[in-house]
Design a protein around this ligand. Structure first.
Ligand code: DAT
Ligand code: MG
Length: 151
């Protein structure tokens, strides 16, 4: 259960606004373990694949253009219920409905500039991790703080 993994990404607006450190910090200080990260611009086709479930939405083209507008900081975080807790740390999709204290609730306003992505289920997390990272980019290591975080 402490091996669950989720895909979290700082979107181009988050990178340009200098929010990488702030966003990583939320996951670090909660006690989750970073197992992969990279700054990348994977291109339009990759981003269309990442958001393929939304291809019929009216905002799809704009979403892909936005995601392709600059570097993205992609990460994989590991720990107990990290998929669900990642969504809690991010806040609601629409930042105007995100509680203060969440990443979106603290750092943004418009849904089309909501600074971060997080997988919505264990299954989609696995798909997204495989899309964004090669197996050798995902590290397996023992976190020193583990017994101080988990009982
Ligand atoms: P989330 O990113 O919270 O998982 P989602 O998967 O439903 O939300 O949508 C992916 C992204 O698409 C979201 O982060 C911002 C954009 N988006 C969603 N709904 C939108 C809308 N109604 N108008 C504009 N952009 C939207
Ligand atoms: Mg989503």
């Amino acid at each position: 259960p402490t091996k669950e993994r989720t895909f979290i990404a700082v979107k181009p607006d988050g990178v340009q606004r200098g929010l990488i450190g702030d966003i990583m910090k939320r996951f670090e200080q909660r006690g989750y373990k970073l197992v992969a990260s990279k700054l990348c611009m994977p291109g339009k086709a990759h981003l269309e694949k990442h958001y393929s479930d939304l291809s019929s939405k009216p905002f799809f083209a704009g979403l892909v253009t936005y995601m392709n507008s600059g570097p993205i900081f992609a990460m994989v975080w590991e720990g107990k219920q990290v998929v669900k807790m990642g969504r809690v740390l991010l806040g609601a999709t629409n930042p105007l409905e995100s509680n203060p204290g969440t990443i979106r609730g603290d750092f943004c306003i418009d849904v089309g500039r909501n600074v971060c992505h997080g997988s919505d289920a264990v299954e989609s997390a696995q798909k997204e991790i495989n899309l964004w990272f090669k197996p050798e980019e995902l590290l397996t290591y023992e976190a020193n703080a583990k017994p101080w975080i988990y009982e």
